[in-house]
Every structure is written in C-alpha cells, then in structure tokens.
Design a protein around this ligand. Sequence first.
Ligand code: NAP
Length: 474
Amino acid sequence: MNREILINTAYIVASILFIIGLKMLGRQATARPGNLLSGVGMLIAIVVTLLDRNVVNFTWITAGLVAGTLIGLACAYLVKMTAMPEMVALLNGFGGLASLIVGAAEFFRIRGGTVVPPDPAFTATGIYFTVLIGGVTFTGSVYAFCKLAEWLSGRPVLFRGQHLVNGLMLAATLAAGGVFVLTGDARFGLAAFGVFTVLSLVLGWTLVMPIGGGDMPVVIAMLNSLSGLAACAAGFVIRNNLLIVAGCLVGTSGVILSAIMCQAMNRSLANVLFSGFGAGPAAGAAAGAGAALTGELKPISPEDTFAVLEAARLVVFIPGYGMAVSQAQHVVRELAEVLERNGAEVRFAIHPVAGRMPGHMNVLLAEASVSYEHLVEMDAINPLMPTMDVAIVIGANDVVNPAAACDPASPIYGMPIIRAHEARTVICLKRGKGAGFSGLENQLFLLPNTRMLYGDAKGSLQGVVAEFKSLAQA
Ligand code: NAP
C-alpha cells in the first residue's frame, strides 16, 4: 500500500513537471528550461515505473531501451530539418501502434485468463478506445508520412460516396465496440475485437486519403492529438495514472495546434479534413486559378540588390519554406548584421504557417542566433509594411501571395498573409518559377515594385553580403 502511495505521488510530481514544462515551452526565453523540466518529469516517471514490480521485465526493457536509443540517435543525425514533418508523422504513428499493442496485449491476457479485470465492462471499453484510436492514428500517420515523403502523390484521392463509405465503416466499428463491451467481459469478444481492429486500421488510411499534401501539417497535429488520446485510453486499460495525464496533455495540445494552424489559413478544421482541398481544377494543378496574372518578371543581380539595400533604412526579411530548403538562415543573419552596421533598421516578419511546420521559421532563425526582439508576428508587421523601404522575401510564396487578400476567386482567398506587396521595393529570392505549396502562381512576383533574385537563396544572399564586404574593404 505504501509503495502504491509512493508511486502515485511520484506520478503526480512528474505530471506537474510536464504541465509547467509545457507552459514554459510557450516562450522562447523559457523554452530550454521548460524542456529540461519536462525531461526531469519523464526521468522520474521512468524510474518509478521501473521500481513498480508489476511492470518490470528488465530483459525486454533493456532491449527496448537499446533499440530505441540507437534508432533515435540515427534519426537525430540523419533526418534533415526540412523532413521534420515526416518524422513527426512517423513518431505519431508509432505512438498509436504502441497503444494498439498495449490494448491488444491486455485483451489477450484477459482472454487467456492470465488476469481478471476488476471491472470487465470498463476494461473492455478502455481496450476498445485504445485499439480504435491507436489503429486510426497508426495507418493515418503512415499515409501522411508517405504523402509528405512523396512516396505517394500529395494530391487528395477522392471517389464517389467516399464520405458514406467512411461513415458506414465508422458505424460498423461502433457496433463492433458495442458488442465487445456488452458481452460483459472481454473474454467473448474475439470476433468483435477483430472487426474493430481491422476497421480502425482501414479507417486511418481512408480518412487521410482525401486530404491534400498541403494540409498534411494540420492532419499531423490532429494525429498527434489522437496518439495522445490513444495513450490516455491505454492508461485506463493498464490503470496507469501518469499515462492518462500525459495522454491528455498530448491530446489537448494537438487540438490547440490544429486550431491555430486552421486559423492561420482561414479555414475550418472540417474544411481541411473533408473538402479535398487541392483536388479540383480550382487549385493545385490549375496554377494561376483566380484572376489572370498581369505584369512581367523582372530579374535583379546580387550587385543591384546590394545597391538597393545600401540605400535602405527600413528592411524586412520575410522567410518561407525556401529558406529552410536552402539552409540560408545563417547568411540571412549575416546580411541583417551588415545592414544594421550600414545604419538600417532590420525586422524579420514571421507568418504562422511559413515553412512546413508550426514555428519552422522561429526555429531556423533561433538556430542562426537571430535575436528574438527582431522577430515580428504577422499582425504586428502588416501595418508597418507601407513604411518599409525593402522587403526581402526568402523562399516564401503562399504566405505573401496578394491573391489571398485581394482576389475572391482565388482558392486561398481569406488566408492571412504578410503584405510584402505594400513595401516600396520587394526583392524575391527563389530558384525559378516554382509555385508555392498550394500550387498557385503569385502576382507578387509580377508587380512593378518587385524584383526577382533568382538562384538558391543561400548563394544569392552570399553574393549580396560579398558586395557589402568588398565595399567595407574599399
Ligand atoms: P511555399 O508557398 O511552399 O513556397 C516556397 C517557395 O520557396 C517556392 O515557391 C520555391 O520556389 C522556393 N524555394 C524552394 N527552395 C528554394 C531554395 N533552395 N532557394 C530559394 N527558394 C527556394 O512556402 P511558404 O510561403 O513558406 O508557405 C508555406 C505553405 O505551407 C503555405 O501554403 C501553408 O499554408 C502550408 N502549410 C504550412 C504549415 C506549417 O505548419 N508551416 C501547415 C499547413 C500548411 P522555387 O521552386 O522557384 O525555388
């Protein structure tokens, strides 16, 4: 009894550390200590769980620890920053699979008579939700991974009656769950168990199928939330209080993240999940959907870019996915410092969904030691845009597409953007005529005040910095 009190007290301490750590992650200044605090919470949780003799099997735990550490280390070294969304998708999927396995293992232990649950209907309900949510999370995440890694087409896969088929499968899953729970204990529910396990795996796949690659980050946040809920349900099955709390934290933070992303794209979650965005002729392949584009692309050299920047007093950098691809963040910081030494005031405008994951630009710029005071959120920078001498768009496209603000016929109309087009001069860095993630053409590149600095962003910026350096040496 005393041991149980000790274990649960330690779990409460760990839970409190998780919650405080999560809260601290919300601000850059406290993020590192917050991460450390959550890590300490996890360490307490692991040590206490290992001390609980009901759980311990050191052979398997050691094998899992060694295998997990090796795989984690390899991923940390090999996976590129731009591949993080795929990585997160896979991790969510494995979280779901782990919960499914816990639920299934408990079911077979009960069926085999190894354990007798104190409350069979309650345990059966827990097993049902663990397997259902875990299964959907697993295959849904694998599909999301395949789309992001371009192993499968990023376009939505739609067929007639798709929502009806999904609805029927969901209804069958619920019916099988009802039978499973109502049998009184899980011992008689093998057929029902088989039905909802298979259907949950199929459902994960078919629910993600009609969602376009562009919406995958939102789907991943939702799947992350589901992986938390599956863990929470598993916590009820094996009666582990910490798993219940940690699962709830992951579940709710995933929902909040999805809501923030949807808000930043001016779309509802239902629209993301069920509209098949990017499938029709209105988006994606039909580049330039909406009003016809006018004007011409006007290239500029690094030397002329230097001349424009040399005279500028207010400069705003607008980074996007291309900065991540090119890994240009360090040279961006170098150029910002050069400009400041030249007397200019420099800002970095951050769009909430620039790049391929939430906070993508913040992470890259922090890695390059750009001070946090230089970063300005979209809503704060937009009123200042008409005062900017130069806006330097570094591999951003959709998040600066004026069609989102001005063209009601555009598929992205209503998505909040950084109003780069309002700056006196706009210099856009990209490699060629590549469209943005939405597949749409961008009128910004054709405006009279826009110049195109073609090439890999890092190389182009190095060229501009070199011009400043040669001026300093002259
Ligand atoms: P984007 O619209 O995907 O455009 C990126 C641009 O970067 C492309 O036009 C590409 O043009 C250029 N580029 C690629 N590699 C480059 C390189 N090495 N050097 C220079 N330029 C390069 O990016 P974004 O403006 O950041 O917009 C993000 C998109 O993702 C939005 O549509 C957003 O809704 C979506 N999204 C993001 C999140 C999130 O969490 N961040 C979530 C959901 C959806 P070239 O090929 O011509 O070089």
